[in-house]
Design a protein around this ligand. Structure first.
Ligand SMILES: [Zn+2]
Ligand SMILES: [Zn+2]
Length: 366
């Protein structure tokens, strides 16, 4: 889940007493009975530890995984079957004559009826990601240079890197004036001459202005490989205006990716309200990819909208929005969030290899 409220563990082959005796140092306080211990971890998180015998591991694992609503629906659909004392969780699905449901999908199934019989398979995995899209460098507010970023991405085993520094309206983030952007394009050309198995693509994270316009004239935008359009300012808009503003930007011929659609910051700032369906429909109509911003404070677009994106044929790009080298590894948080929405490898943009991604860049919007 994007926000974790508590940690629950299932321990097999132990009882609460012996577990506590051996692990007294992991809990601040504990209330115990023979089936569980409730307490707080030493770093303050609520934690529940359940116990079970080996012959009931499957039953208990199923019971304690995923939301209660899912468990209740599952039991309701299989009224005449007993799921007690099963050692292998898979057997629960065999008994109910339904496909195994990956634990990450057990929240999403509540809003996706078809997953009961046909859960998404070939779910996106971290190792499917071939290129790193949406990144910043010292040209704007990043802390590593373009070359440092690109070399790090390459040495981490990826095939391409899309640099999208901030645009000129983002003065607080040292956004690029036209001359600096053109200078960056020249530097990219030079750097690319030194790579044989790797490529940097030029780009920009263009601010979406209050009226939905992008931040540069078309002749500048047209020189870039990838334009990510994102809202960074004037976040307090009503839902109709905010939706209209995004749709205007989505309809711009240069826009290829919609960045962090709601601007939310988990635990601190709610995103601005948008009509998600209208925004996703506009992306479908204009062949625009939607970002799952993989920064763990964002995870925006929320995973719950991914099934609708899939239904409409809108691809998802899982982007770290890295402002330093090592932040590219935030990609994994985006992947985990996207898995919850059932995102498959083929519906993700940056699972494309360098050749396929180059073709996507060349295709522009059609
Ligand atoms: Zn941004
Ligand atoms: Zn960014």
């Amino acid at each position: 889940m994007p926000v974790v409220n508590s940690i629950e563990l299932l321990v097999v082959g132990e009882n609460a007493n012996s577990f506590l005796t051996k692990n007294a140092d992991i809990l601040l306080e504990a209330v115990e009975n023979e089936h569980y211990i409730k307490g707080k971890s030493t770093n303050g998180y609520p934690i529940i530890i359940y116990f079970c015998a080996p012959n009931e591991l499957g039953s208990k694992l199923f019971k304690y995984t995923g939301p209660l609503d899912y468990i209740n629906q599952f039991v309701e659909r299989n009224k005449n079957i007993s799921f007690k004392d099963i050692d292998d969780e898979n057997q629960i699905f065999v008994k109910s004559n339904t496909p195994f449901l990956n634990p990450v999908l057990r929240d999403g199934i509540l809003n996706n009826e078809s997953w009961w019989q046909n859960p998404p398979n070939d779910l996106i995995e971290v190792e499917h990601i071939k290129g790193i899209v949406h990144n910043h460098s010292t040209y704007s507010d990043g802390i590593h240079t373009l070359k440092e970023m690109a070399d790090y991405v390459r040495s981490s085993g990826f095939e391409y890197f899309v640099i999208t520094d901030h645009s000129k309206s983002a003065f607080y983030a040292n956004g690029l004036k036209e001359d600096m952007l053109l200078q960056q394009i020249e530097e990219i050309k030079k750097l690319n001459e030194s790579y044989t198995d790797f490529k940097i693509f030029s780009g920009i994270e263009s601010d979406i202005l209050w009226d939905g316009q992008l931040d540069y004239a078309d002749e500048i935008l047209n020189q870039l490989d990838v334009v990510v359009a994102s809202v960074h300012s004037i976040l307090k808009m009503d839902i109709d205006k905010a939706t209209e503003r995004l749709i205007k930007a989505i309809e711009h011929p240069a826009t290829r990716i919609l960045g962090h659609p709601t601007g939310r910051l988990l635990l601190s700032r709610e995103g601005y309200p948008i009509n998600h369906k209208k925004v996703i429909d506009a992306c479908a109509a204009n062949n625009v990819v939607i970002e799952v911003n993989a920064n763990p404070l964002r995870l925006d677009i929320d995973w719950q909208w991914i099934p609708y994106c899939t239904e409409k044929g809108v691809k998802i790009s899982i982007n770290p929005d890295a402002h330093n080298k090592t932040s590219i590894h935030d990609i994994k948080y985006g992947v985990y969030a996207a898995q919850k929405g059932g995102l498959t490898k083929s519906n993700c943009l940056n699972t494309k290899n360098l050749l396929e991604f180059s073709k996507w860049v060349e295709s522009k919007k059609s």
